[in-house]
Design a binder for this molecule. Structure first.
Ligand SMILES: NC(=O)c1ccc[n+]([C@@H]2O[C@H](COP(=O)([O-])OP(=O)(O)OC[C@H]3O[C@@H](n4cnc5c(N)ncnc54)[C@H](O)[C@@H]3O)[C@@H](O)[C@H]2O)c1
Length: 369
């Protein structure tokens, strides 16, 4: 009998078609890393992206892969009826304040209509859906650090609202589709993440400081630079997303994903200057109303679930990676793009300043070692 089952089950398992993953926003910074990992794990990956902030360059190494396909699509428009998936990852949305504030209406359309279209698809295909939410749903938090149970302090009419409120509404939609239609959801609130394929011109603090330091430009600090942020290395985040996605169905989130250690902006700027050997002066400007004072996660993940903080921010893994990885913010291909001379300057400078590798590694890991 055993032998009979063996003969039947093994060939069936070998013939089983790979799981189909749809990655919305897959040509972006995080999305492209996620596509890489899913391909490595044997998934068939359909990447959809309108290339607003993403780039084909981030995924061109996957373009000829037999299990990878790309569709240029805007998720705020209804999706083609023939798309199907077993797992959906919604990372489509500009994450950089400069970019999302440039088209606020499109940003909120992406967050709300786009998420709704993907939830409809999930409902139709009985697929599990991951929603990339953000620490920005806590707004300018009155609680510090922020637990997932904290409801936030968000200005609904400010210039960041298209993103903050858009993401909050996207979370609402996920939970309503879950309650009303039984859609399996995984909602993660992502905190600042950095790594290769980040754009240097997107206005996020790590890339800003590094570019300023390498150009020997003044580094702007708002207020006394006491605002804090946490920074997570991209591969850790992707690992956490995959573990979350594989966790039991009743673990819907929302869950904070990020590095639980925090840094002040002043500390970060000083570290960047020290490690780059830059002569950039620090310039102090008045604190803008839109700048949050603090932001780092703590985690509620119950022990029974495997994505507890320890498992995805494993110290061994961190140590190994921080020793071996080549921390490059930008790939060579991006450097070739003459439109973005800044990138080239940065990359070249960066190559000569390898110490930056350990700085960026240190920012992420120190508190775990
Ligand atoms: N990187 C971070 O530190 C961070 C922090 C918190 C949350 N997040 C969230 O993670 C997700 C990915 O962030 P990222 O840093 O990779 O940003 P990114 O801008 O690099 O990637 C977003 C991708 O979505 C695409 N996109 C935007 N609007 C779209 C639309 N309407 N239809 C289809 N594609 C669209 C863009 O072209 C881009 O490729 C975002 O949802 C963001 O809100 C990121």
């Amino acid at each position: 009998m055993k032998r009979f089952l063996f003969c039947i089950l093994i060939p069936l398992a070998l013939c089983a078609s790979p799981k189909r993953a749809l990655v919305a926003g897959g040509a972006g910074f995080l999305g492209s890393h996620l596509c890489d990992r899913l391909i490595d794990q044997g998934y068939e990956v359909l990447c959809i992206d309108n290339l607003y902030t993403g780039s084909i360059r981030n995924i061109e190494h996957l373009m000829n892969h037999p299990r990878f396909s790309f569709l240029e699509l805007d998720i705020s428009h209804p999706l083609p009826g023939d798309i199907a998936a077993d797992e959906i990852f919604n990372l489509a949305c500009p994450a950089s304040p400069i970019r999302y504030q440039k088209s606020p209406v499109q940003t909120i359309r992406t967050c709300v209509l786009g998420t709704m279209h993907l939830l409809e698809l999930a409902s139709r295909c009985k697929a599990k859906i991951f929603q990339a939410s953000t620490s920005e749903v806590y707004g300018d938090p009155l609680e510090h650090p922020q637990k997932e149970s904290y409801w936030g302090n968000v200005n609904p009419i400010g210039i960041r609202a298209c993103y903050d409120e858009g993401k909050r509404c996207a979370e609402t939609l996920c939970f309503d589709y879950h309650r009303e239609f039984g859609v399996a959801i995984k909602v993660a609130r992502i905190f600042n993440t950095y790594g290769p394929r980040m754009r240097p011109d997107d206005g996020r603090v790590i890339s800003n400081f590094i570019v300023q330091a390498l150009n020997e430009d003044p580094i702007t600090i708002y207020g006394k630079g006491e605002q804090t942020r946490s920074f997570c290395y991209v591969s850790d985040l992707i690992e956490a997303i995959l573990k979350f996605m594989a966790s039991p169905e009743d673990f819907t989130g929302p869950v904070n994903l990020g590095n639980p250690s925090e840094r002040t902006m002043l500390d970060l700027a000083q570290k960047v200057i020290a490690f780059t050997g830059s002569k950039s002066p620090l310039v102090f400007r008045p604190l803008l109303k839109t700048i949050r004072k603090c932001g780092f996660p703590i985690f509620l993940s119950p022990k029974k679930h495997s994505i507890g903080r320890r498992s995805y921010l494993s110290t061994k893994g961190c140590k190994r990676r921080s020793n071996t990885f080549k921390m490059r913010l930008f790939t060579k291909k991006q450097v070739n793009n003459s439109r973005l001379k800044l990138m080239k300057d940065f990359y070249l400078s960066y190559c000569e300043r390898k110490k930056l590798t350990s700085l960026l590694a240190e920012i992420s890991w120190t508190h775990h070692l």
